[in-house]
Design a protein around this ligand. Structure first.
Ligand SMILES: *[C@@H]1O[C@H](CO)[C@@H](O)[C@H](O)[C@H]1NC(C)=O
Ligand SMILES: *[C@@H]1O[C@H](CO)[C@@H](O)[C@H](O)[C@H]1NC(C)=O
Ligand SMILES: *[C@@H]1O[C@H](CO)[C@@H](O)[C@H](O)[C@H]1NC(C)=O
Ligand SMILES: *[C@@H]1O[C@H](CO)[C@@H](O)[C@H](O)[C@H]1NC(C)=O
Ligand SMILES: *[C@@H]1O[C@H](CO)[C@@H](O)[C@H](O)[C@H]1NC(C)=O
Ligand SMILES: *[C@@H]1O[C@H](CO)[C@@H](O)[C@H](O)[C@H]1NC(C)=O
Ligand SMILES: *[C@@H]1O[C@H](CO)[C@@H](O)[C@H](O)[C@H]1NC(C)=O
Ligand SMILES: [Cu+2]
Length: 250
């Protein structure tokens, strides 16, 4: 498994590509601050692919997004495996709309692009502020090969502040072939607030009427061991809806 830790500055320093000076019609993307400490949301690809062509089961993986240090931007953890044997390098983005209940990835619309940049010319990773905010693989690397892909980075241009134009949690992750055909897509769910993890309740979280997807995934992704842990989860479950409701008011 290949694990690399990269940052915007590292990409900037290493990039030798020059793709003109394209930027959004509304300028470069602003750095996002004030992200709530301890908030983590995660999009996990479903069991079955949206694409109906010949692949050996769906791509597996997830995009985990946590408020960055000091509330600046988002720390992403990217993990994909069971990649198709052809059709790479693969790309992934945050698309503007959530996945409808029927799983149709076409309905997620285009990339998060508040500054109206468009997809062409391609993102220049040495100038990440000039790229579409949702073009994570453009900014941080396409996925070469077919082995498991795991990377972590901070993207300063996306937000976990509900109400911000750069907010991602009510949108979706879409995974594509190099030719942009959509293979699979997923909504985000809240998995942690301040280091506390919603267990697998049957109840749902209030969403503040903004369409935020705050429903915890049915299986907790965080192992809880021991009675103290279980108690902690019960306690957290009791306060989590209050925390989320509070956030919804911000
Ligand atoms: C980049 O911007 C400069 C100044 O705004 C302009 O003169 C030049 O044509 C632009 N280059 C490209 C490739 O768009
Ligand atoms: C986490 O706790 C800090 C400090 O109490 C608070 O400022 C922040 O809003 C909380 N974040 C969430 C997501 O509840
Ligand atoms: C996109 O790439 C995949 C994998 O190579 C291929 O099966 C599919 O036909 C391509 N789609 C288009 C529209 O070219
Ligand atoms: C994704 O979230 C939206 C908005 O909350 C919801 O309507 C939709 O059913 C969800 N999609 C899936 C596949 O769960
Ligand atoms: C998905 O949605 C698009 C546009 O809304 C539609 O054209 C297409 O037929 C749908 N695909 C499936 C498999 O339902
Ligand atoms: C992926 O492959 C492309 C060429 O197809 C190359 O430019 C790029 O540097 C490679 N990226 C990584 C992370 O290996
Ligand atoms: C997501 O939330 C933002 C505000 O944070 C809002 O502008 C946008 O319309 C919402 N999108 C959806 C699909 O609900
Ligand atoms: Cu996409």
């Amino acid at each position: 498994m290949r694990v690399s830790i990269i940052s915007v500055s590292a990409i900037g320093a290493s990039s030798v590509l020059a793709q003109g000076n394209a930027t959004g019609q509304l300028g470069d993307a602003a750095v996002q601050t004030g992200n709530p400490a301890g908030l983590t949301v995660k999009a996990t690809l479903p069991e079955d692919p949206f694409w109906t062509g010949p692949i050996n089961g769906n791509v597996k993986g997830s995009l985990t997004a946590t408020s960055g240090p000091g509330g600046v931007g988002i720390d992403y953890e990217v993990s994909f495996s069971n990649l198709p044997s052809e059709g790479g390098p693969f790309i992934y983005h945050i698309h503007t709309a959530p996945v409808p209940e029927n799983g149709n990835c076409t309905s997620t619309l285009a990339h998060l692009d508040q500054y109206i940049r468009g997809e062409d010319p391609a993102c220049d990773p040495s100038r990440p502020a000039s790229c579409q905010q949702g073009d994570l693989s453009g900014k941080f690397g396409h996925i070469n090969g077919t082995g498991p892909y795991v990377v972590k980075y901070n993207d300063p241009y996306t937000s976990l502040v509900e109400g911000a134009g750069a907010y991602i949690a009510n949108r979706s992750l879409v995974f594509h072939f190099a030719n942009k055909t959509r293979i699979s897509c997923a909504n985000f769910s809240v998995v942690a607030t301040n280091g506390t993890y919603p267990p697998s309740p049957t109840g749902s979280y209030p969403t503040g009427g903004s369409g935020a997807s705050a429903t915890p995934s049915p299986t907790s992704t965080v192992p809880v061991t021991g009675a103290a842990g279980a108690l902690e989860v019960v306690k957290n479950f009791a306060i989590a809806p209050v925390v989320v409701a509070f956030l919804a008011l911000l």
